[in-house]
Design a protein around this ligand. Structure first.
Ligand code: COA
Length: 327
């Protein structure tokens, strides 16, 4: 009998502190009007000084387990998609494992920029399909506010903090992840990067003075690549699953920019109520954005069993990825 990877539980956790566009007007030379028309963002959540990535990632994971009714010790794999871990060593996934009591899981972090959640979901799906485990906890989480240059108006208005999680469980078709695809193109590594803090520019006073420990982004170039790549990868997974955009009940895109989402939606003919947008409230939470959005849709009771859910993302690397699931 064939096995499928079913999304059985979701969760989300975001910081309490809200930073509005009006707040940003006091920090950098920007305006609510510019941010709203160029990005669709009205406010975002920002972690407090004492809060770390695992504060939110563990809570999102806990909620996903609770929603699925699965005990922590039954989880065989715990993957955390992030580029903003608690510490470079060890993997923050191990801290989350300890927080949640997933004592039988192998745990590791996965870095694929904003595509991280879809990458992690694809890896988890393979673990389930190969029979390696019954339940896999996939968490997408970022605290980008800690890496943002608060003097750079082109990035500090966009990036934000938050965590979402999904439990994938082995089950039987027709439910489950029907198809997924992942792509990378390293020729554009400098489109979105944080050059300092690694082996290229190890921590030093010079590295800090040159502000290499902050996120840099070529926004315009990234924008063009994003629209084309998300459109293509969505068509690729729909084709693999024998579906068309007309079959999709919910489109949950990575929340990078409302203009990117609506341009992709237009190309796919899904620029309507099926396309979920919450960037106005959260900004770009990178790996956190899709699972946060998914959890909102699920907890509002909008997704019904049997419906088709399309997820797609694009981010640093460059990387892009999509998956389509029958709920
Ligand atoms: N407030 C006011 N003006 C700003 C600003 C801000 N927060 N940020 C940039 N500007 C200015 C620029 O300095 C520039 O001014 P100039 O023409 O005098 O030089 C002008 O606005 C236009 O900048 P540009 O970068 O061309 O704007 P844009 O329309 O491309 O919008 C982004 C910028 C970042 C919103 C947009 O490029 C984008 O969203 N790109 C994709 C980024 C992305 O998705 N990244 C994550 C991938 S996961």
């Amino acid at each position: 009998m064939s096995i499928s990877a079913i999304l059985t539980g979701t969760g989300r956790s975001v910081p309490e502190k809200v930073l509005t566009n009006a707040d940003l007007e006091k920090i950098v030379d920007t305006s609510d009007e510019w941010i709203t028309t160029r990005t669709g963002i009205k406010e975002r959540r920002i972690a407090a000084e004492h809060e770390t990535l695992s504060t939110f990632a563990s809570e999102a994971g806990r909620q996903a387990l609770e929603a699925a009714g699965v005990a922590p010790e039954d989880v065989g794999l715990l993957v955390l998609a992030t580029v903003t871990p608690d510490m470079p060593i060890p993997a923050t996934a191990c801290k989350i494992q300890e927080d949640l009591g997933c004592v039988n899981a192998c745990a590791f972090d996965l870095a694929a920029g904003c595509s991280g959640f879809i990458y992690a979901q694809s890896v988890a799906k393979q673990f389930l399909l190969s029979g390696r485990c019954q339940h896999a906890l996939v968490i997408g989480a970022e605290l980008l506010s800690k890496y943002v240059d608060w003097t750079d108006r082109s990035t500090c208005v966009i990036f934000a903090d938050g965590a979402g999680a999904v439990l994938l469980s082995a089950g039987s078709p027709p439910r489950g992840v029907l198809a997924s695809a992942m792509h990378s193109d390293g020729s554009m590594v400098d489109f979105i990067s944080m050059p300092g803090g690694g082996t290229l520019h190890p921590p030093s006073q010079k590295m800090i003075d040159e502000r290499l420990h902050f996120i840099k982004m070529k926004g315009n170039e990234t924008f063009k690549m994003a629209v084309r790549s998300i459109d293509e990868v969505c068509r690729e997974v729909l084709d693999q699953a024998g579906l068309t955009p007309a079959d999709v009940d919910w489109f949950i895109p990575h929340q990078a920019n409302e203009r990117i989402i609506s341009a992709v939606g237009k190309r796919l003919g899904m620029n309507d109520d099926r396309c979920y947008i919450n960037i106005d409230r959260y900004g770009n939470t990178s790996s956190g954005s899709i699972p946060i959005a998914l959890d909102e849709v699920v907890r509002e009771g909008k997704i019904k069993e049997g419906q088709i859910v399309l997820m797609a993302a694009f981010g640093a690397g460059l990387t892009w990825a999509a998956s389509v699931a029958r709920w």
